[in-house]
Design a protein around this ligand. Structure first.
Ligand code: FPP
Length: 219
């Protein structure tokens, strides 16, 4: 959800107001994705690197995420959204962690779009955690396969993403879903995240649908 800070700064506002606007965008885009029949939407809410930001921004983001998880619970249930959280939640402040866990537990039996929120998430950290789990389990070398590693990722039941959208013109992975995005189609837009909307999502999906995916093979 890149460009919240730039969106705010361009308007002479504090960066946190950009994140607040980003939250409003996230809600609209999630409901639009659900209406479009998309099965799963993962949003990068906070990375393992984001702790390096000024204390006030980190604290503000944690409070915003907590407030959002509580405030949206009713609407998430009403819209049949099933919420998940990916990341090292143990290192997240307790109040934020509790709100996120409640959101996941209370929507677990919903059957609509899966909304996966990546919080204190890092692609490399996820791979490290999977390898640690394998070592802990004493898995013999010959049993280590791509399939087994996939099963030890944070959300093994969620399929690899078909499409990754980057806003604010960013042209890099930024440690997001490194393992899962081996064959993900990339879509980059100059719009900042607060400027993104249902119409922009449709453009990204149209672009995705015009592509031929070969997964290393031939058509
Ligand atoms: C990246 O933009 C955005 C973030 C690190 C935070 C994303 C969080 C939200 C949208 C808050 C709402 C989240 C939930 C789950 C309710 P940036 O700050 O790097 O922007 P910049 O590149 O313009 O500085």
């Amino acid at each position: 959800m890149d460009g919240n800070g730039r969106w705010a700064q361009k308007r002479g506002l504090q960066r946190l107001l950009g994140h607040r606007e980003g939250y409003r965008t996230l809600k609209k885009v999630l409901l639009a994705a659900s209406d479009m029949g998309i099965g799963c939407l993962t949003a990068y809410g906070f990375s393992v690197e984001n702790w390096r930001r000024p204390e006030a921004e980190v604290g503000g983001l944690m409070t915003l995420i907590e407030e959002a998880a509580k405030a949206e619970l009713r609407d998430l249930k009403k819209n049949n959204v099933r919420c998940r959280v990916s990341g090292r939640l143990g290192e997240v402040p307790e109040r934020t962690r509790n709100a996120l866990q409640a959101m996941a537990v209370e929507t677990a039996s919903n059957t609509g779009i899966v909304f996966n929120l990546a919080i204190n998430y890092g692609g490399r950290a996820e791979i490290v955690d999977a390898v640690k789990a394998l070592v802990r389990g004493g898995v013999p070398e010959e049993e280590v396969t791509e399939e087994l590693i996939s099963r030890h990722m944070y959300s093994p039941d969620i399929p690899d993403p078909d499409l990754m959208i980057r806003t604010a013109g960013e042209m890099r992975w930024s440690n997001f879903l490194l393992w899962e995005s081996a064959y993900t189609e990339l879509y980059v837009t100059e719009k900042t995240w607060p400027e993104f909307d249902a119409q922009e999502l449709q453009k990204a999906v149209d672009s995705f649908q015009s592509r031929t995916r070969k997964f290393g093979g031939v058509v």
